[in-house]
Design a protein around this ligand. Structure first.
Ligand code: 13P
Length: 252
Protein backbone atom coordinates (compact mmCIF):
# COMPACT_ATOMS: atom_id res chain seq x y z
CA UNK A 1 0.00 0.00 0.00
CA UNK A 2 1.64 3.21 -1.17
CA UNK A 3 0.05 6.41 0.16
CA UNK A 4 -0.12 8.88 -2.74
CA UNK A 5 1.30 12.39 -2.43
CA UNK A 6 -0.41 15.40 -4.00
CA UNK A 7 2.19 18.14 -4.21
CA UNK A 8 1.94 21.69 -5.48
CA UNK A 9 5.09 23.18 -6.96
CA UNK A 10 4.43 26.91 -6.91
CA UNK A 11 7.72 27.70 -8.70
CA UNK A 12 8.47 31.46 -8.60
CA UNK A 13 4.91 32.51 -7.78
CA UNK A 14 2.95 34.06 -4.89
CA UNK A 15 3.58 36.85 -2.45
CA UNK A 16 3.90 36.01 1.23
CA UNK A 17 0.33 37.06 2.03
CA UNK A 18 -1.16 34.96 -0.75
CA UNK A 19 0.98 32.01 0.27
CA UNK A 20 -0.14 32.27 3.89
CA UNK A 21 -3.82 32.60 2.92
CA UNK A 22 -3.51 29.48 0.79
CA UNK A 23 -1.98 27.37 3.55
CA UNK A 24 -4.50 28.63 6.09
CA UNK A 25 -7.39 27.70 3.83
CA UNK A 26 -6.06 24.39 2.55
CA UNK A 27 -4.82 23.08 5.89
CA UNK A 28 -8.37 22.87 7.19
CA UNK A 29 -9.57 20.91 4.17
CA UNK A 30 -6.92 18.30 3.51
CA UNK A 31 -7.95 14.73 4.29
CA UNK A 32 -6.31 12.38 6.73
CA UNK A 33 -2.69 11.35 6.28
CA UNK A 34 -3.65 7.72 5.83
CA UNK A 35 -5.47 8.52 2.56
CA UNK A 36 -3.20 11.03 0.88
CA UNK A 37 -0.20 13.14 1.83
CA UNK A 38 -0.09 16.76 0.69
CA UNK A 39 2.81 19.10 0.14
CA UNK A 40 3.54 22.60 -1.11
CA UNK A 41 6.87 23.67 -2.60
CA UNK A 42 7.34 27.40 -2.15
CA UNK A 43 10.07 29.96 -2.76
CA UNK A 44 12.77 29.83 -0.06
CA UNK A 45 11.91 33.31 1.19
CA UNK A 46 8.40 32.13 2.23
CA UNK A 47 9.43 28.87 3.85
CA UNK A 48 9.82 30.14 7.40
CA UNK A 49 6.31 31.53 7.76
CA UNK A 50 4.71 28.64 5.86
CA UNK A 51 6.39 26.02 8.01
CA UNK A 52 4.84 27.65 11.06
CA UNK A 53 1.43 26.91 9.56
CA UNK A 54 2.39 23.43 8.41
CA UNK A 55 -0.32 21.02 9.54
CA UNK A 56 -0.31 17.34 10.44
CA UNK A 57 -0.78 16.55 6.80
CA UNK A 58 0.06 19.56 4.62
CA UNK A 59 3.85 19.71 4.61
CA UNK A 60 6.12 22.38 3.21
CA UNK A 61 9.02 21.74 0.86
CA UNK A 62 11.87 23.66 -0.77
CA UNK A 63 12.26 23.71 -4.55
CA UNK A 64 16.03 23.17 -4.45
CA UNK A 65 18.88 22.52 -2.03
CA UNK A 66 22.67 22.67 -2.25
CA UNK A 67 24.68 19.50 -1.69
CA UNK A 68 27.31 21.05 0.57
CA UNK A 69 26.59 21.78 4.23
CA UNK A 70 28.00 25.32 4.00
CA UNK A 71 30.56 27.39 2.13
CA UNK A 72 31.16 29.97 -0.57
CA UNK A 73 28.11 29.28 -2.74
CA UNK A 74 26.43 32.64 -3.20
CA UNK A 75 22.68 32.44 -3.65
CA UNK A 76 22.38 28.79 -2.61
CA UNK A 77 20.58 27.23 0.36
CA UNK A 78 22.14 24.71 2.72
CA UNK A 79 20.29 21.52 3.69
CA UNK A 80 21.11 22.32 7.32
CA UNK A 81 19.31 25.68 7.06
CA UNK A 82 16.24 23.99 5.54
CA UNK A 83 16.18 21.32 8.23
CA UNK A 84 16.55 23.93 10.95
CA UNK A 85 13.51 25.79 9.59
CA UNK A 86 11.40 22.65 9.81
CA UNK A 87 11.05 22.09 6.07
CA UNK A 88 9.83 18.56 5.35
CA UNK A 89 10.38 17.90 1.63
CA UNK A 90 12.88 19.00 -0.97
CA UNK A 91 12.56 18.86 -4.77
CA UNK A 92 15.66 17.63 -6.54
CA UNK A 93 16.43 17.79 -10.25
CA UNK A 94 13.30 19.53 -11.48
CA UNK A 95 13.58 19.90 -15.27
CA UNK A 96 13.58 23.71 -14.97
CA UNK A 97 16.66 23.44 -12.77
CA UNK A 98 18.22 20.96 -15.16
CA UNK A 99 17.63 23.15 -18.21
CA UNK A 100 18.08 26.70 -16.84
CA UNK A 101 20.62 26.16 -14.05
CA UNK A 102 22.84 23.36 -15.33
CA UNK A 103 21.60 20.77 -12.86
CA UNK A 104 23.26 17.50 -13.90
CA UNK A 105 22.72 13.86 -13.03
CA UNK A 106 25.82 14.16 -10.88
CA UNK A 107 24.59 17.16 -8.87
CA UNK A 108 21.17 15.50 -8.50
CA UNK A 109 22.91 12.50 -6.95
CA UNK A 110 24.95 14.67 -4.56
CA UNK A 111 21.85 16.61 -3.53
CA UNK A 112 19.96 13.39 -2.88
CA UNK A 113 22.67 12.15 -0.52
CA UNK A 114 22.69 15.48 1.24
CA UNK A 115 18.89 15.61 1.66
CA UNK A 116 18.88 12.12 3.16
CA UNK A 117 21.76 12.99 5.48
CA UNK A 118 19.63 15.79 6.97
CA UNK A 119 16.37 13.83 6.90
CA UNK A 120 14.65 16.00 4.34
CA UNK A 121 12.25 13.88 2.24
CA UNK A 122 13.48 14.10 -1.37
CA UNK A 123 11.30 14.13 -4.46
CA UNK A 124 13.62 13.35 -7.36
CA UNK A 125 12.38 14.49 -10.77
CA UNK A 126 13.14 12.69 -14.01
CA UNK A 127 11.68 13.04 -17.50
CA UNK A 128 12.46 13.25 -21.18
CA UNK A 129 12.33 16.16 -23.63
CA UNK A 130 10.02 16.00 -26.65
CA UNK A 131 12.77 14.96 -29.03
CA UNK A 132 13.62 11.92 -26.90
CA UNK A 133 9.95 10.93 -26.69
CA UNK A 134 9.63 11.20 -30.47
CA UNK A 135 12.73 9.08 -30.98
CA UNK A 136 11.43 6.40 -28.59
CA UNK A 137 14.21 7.15 -26.14
CA UNK A 138 12.03 7.82 -23.08
CA UNK A 139 13.05 4.65 -21.26
CA UNK A 140 16.72 5.24 -22.03
CA UNK A 141 16.52 8.78 -20.59
CA UNK A 142 14.60 7.97 -17.42
CA UNK A 143 16.73 4.87 -16.83
CA UNK A 144 19.92 6.95 -17.03
CA UNK A 145 18.53 9.76 -14.85
CA UNK A 146 17.16 7.32 -12.25
CA UNK A 147 20.27 5.14 -12.12
CA UNK A 148 22.64 8.10 -11.78
CA UNK A 149 20.44 9.85 -9.21
CA UNK A 150 20.41 6.72 -7.05
CA UNK A 151 24.16 5.97 -7.14
CA UNK A 152 25.35 5.02 -3.66
CA UNK A 153 21.83 4.99 -2.19
CA UNK A 154 21.21 1.92 -0.02
CA UNK A 155 18.19 -0.39 -0.07
CA UNK A 156 17.28 0.88 3.41
CA UNK A 157 17.21 4.48 2.18
CA UNK A 158 15.17 3.74 -0.94
CA UNK A 159 11.62 3.59 0.49
CA UNK A 160 12.13 7.11 1.91
CA UNK A 161 12.74 8.53 -1.56
CA UNK A 162 9.91 9.76 -3.78
CA UNK A 163 10.36 9.81 -7.56
CA UNK A 164 8.45 12.13 -9.90
CA UNK A 165 8.08 11.42 -13.59
CA UNK A 166 7.69 14.76 -15.35
CA UNK A 167 7.97 14.64 -19.14
CA UNK A 168 9.48 18.02 -20.04
CA UNK A 169 7.14 18.48 -23.01
CA UNK A 170 4.12 18.24 -20.71
CA UNK A 171 5.25 20.88 -18.20
CA UNK A 172 3.30 24.11 -18.42
CA UNK A 173 2.21 23.32 -21.97
CA UNK A 174 -1.30 21.99 -21.39
CA UNK A 175 -0.17 18.78 -23.14
CA UNK A 176 -0.58 15.98 -20.65
CA UNK A 177 0.80 12.54 -21.22
CA UNK A 178 -2.13 10.16 -21.59
CA UNK A 179 -2.79 8.16 -18.44
CA UNK A 180 -1.46 5.07 -20.23
CA UNK A 181 1.76 6.80 -21.30
CA UNK A 182 2.35 8.21 -17.84
CA UNK A 183 1.65 4.85 -16.21
CA UNK A 184 3.92 3.03 -18.63
CA UNK A 185 6.89 5.28 -17.85
CA UNK A 186 6.22 5.20 -14.09
CA UNK A 187 6.19 1.41 -14.43
CA UNK A 188 9.51 1.57 -16.30
CA UNK A 189 11.01 3.69 -13.51
CA UNK A 190 9.78 1.12 -10.99
CA UNK A 191 11.44 -1.52 -13.17
CA UNK A 192 14.74 0.35 -13.02
CA UNK A 193 14.49 0.48 -9.21
CA UNK A 194 13.71 -3.25 -9.16
CA UNK A 195 16.82 -3.95 -11.25
CA UNK A 196 18.97 -1.83 -8.95
CA UNK A 197 17.49 -3.13 -5.67
CA UNK A 198 14.64 -5.67 -5.54
CA UNK A 199 10.98 -6.09 -6.39
CA UNK A 200 10.07 -5.58 -2.75
CA UNK A 201 11.87 -2.23 -2.60
CA UNK A 202 10.49 -1.12 -5.98
CA UNK A 203 6.94 -1.81 -4.79
CA UNK A 204 7.46 0.53 -1.83
CA UNK A 205 8.77 3.57 -3.71
CA UNK A 206 6.19 6.22 -4.55
CA UNK A 207 6.30 7.60 -8.08
CA UNK A 208 4.36 10.74 -8.89
CA UNK A 209 3.37 12.04 -12.30
CA UNK A 210 3.72 15.73 -13.20
CA UNK A 211 3.00 17.81 -16.30
CA UNK A 212 -0.20 19.78 -16.92
CA UNK A 213 -2.19 17.89 -14.29
CA UNK A 214 -5.57 19.56 -13.70
CA UNK A 215 -9.04 18.88 -12.34
CA UNK A 216 -10.11 17.35 -15.65
CA UNK A 217 -7.36 14.77 -16.11
CA UNK A 218 -6.36 14.04 -12.51
CA UNK A 219 -8.81 11.20 -11.82
CA UNK A 220 -7.76 9.10 -14.78
CA UNK A 221 -4.07 9.62 -14.07
CA UNK A 222 -4.43 8.83 -10.37
CA UNK A 223 -6.40 5.68 -11.12
CA UNK A 224 -3.35 4.11 -12.77
CA UNK A 225 -1.49 1.32 -11.00
CA UNK A 226 2.00 2.81 -10.97
CA UNK A 227 1.13 6.49 -10.33
CA UNK A 228 1.22 7.47 -6.67
CA UNK A 229 0.14 11.09 -6.69
CA UNK A 230 1.04 14.15 -8.69
CA UNK A 231 3.44 17.07 -8.79
CA UNK A 232 1.40 20.01 -10.01
CA UNK A 233 2.44 23.47 -11.13
CA UNK A 234 -0.22 25.80 -12.52
CA UNK A 235 -3.28 24.03 -11.10
CA UNK A 236 -1.82 24.06 -7.58
CA UNK A 237 -1.80 27.85 -7.27
CA UNK A 238 -5.48 28.24 -6.49
CA UNK A 239 -6.57 26.73 -3.14
CA UNK A 240 -9.92 25.47 -4.43
CA UNK A 241 -8.25 23.80 -7.40
CA UNK A 242 -5.58 22.23 -5.17
CA UNK A 243 -8.22 20.81 -2.80
CA UNK A 244 -10.08 19.42 -5.79
CA UNK A 245 -6.90 17.63 -6.89
CA UNK A 246 -6.26 16.30 -3.39
CA UNK A 247 -9.78 14.90 -3.17
CA UNK A 248 -9.44 13.31 -6.59
CA UNK A 249 -6.33 11.42 -5.45
CA UNK A 250 -8.11 10.30 -2.34
CA UNK A 251 -11.01 8.91 -4.34
CA UNK A 252 -8.91 7.27 -7.07
P1 13P B 1 2.46 22.28 -14.68
O1 13P B 1 1.48 21.49 -13.82
O2 13P B 1 2.20 23.74 -14.65
O3 13P B 1 2.57 21.68 -16.04
O4 13P B 1 3.91 22.09 -13.99
C1 13P B 1 4.35 20.82 -13.68
C2 13P B 1 5.59 20.90 -12.87
O5 13P B 1 6.63 21.31 -13.35
C3 13P B 1 5.51 20.52 -11.47
O6 13P B 1 6.77 20.41 -10.89
Amino acid sequence: MRIPIMAGNWKMNKTRDKALDFVYEVNREVPDLTDVETAIFAQDVHLRCLVKRQGENLKIGAQNVHYEDSGAFTGETSPIALKELGVHYVLIGHSERRSYYNETDESVNKKLHSALKYKLVPIVCVGEVLEAREQNKTLEVVERQTTKALEGITAEQMPGIVMAYEPVWAIGTGKTATAEMANETCKDIRGVIEKLYSKEIAEKVRIQYGGSVNAKNVKELMGMEHIDGALVGGASLDPTSFIELVNAVKEA
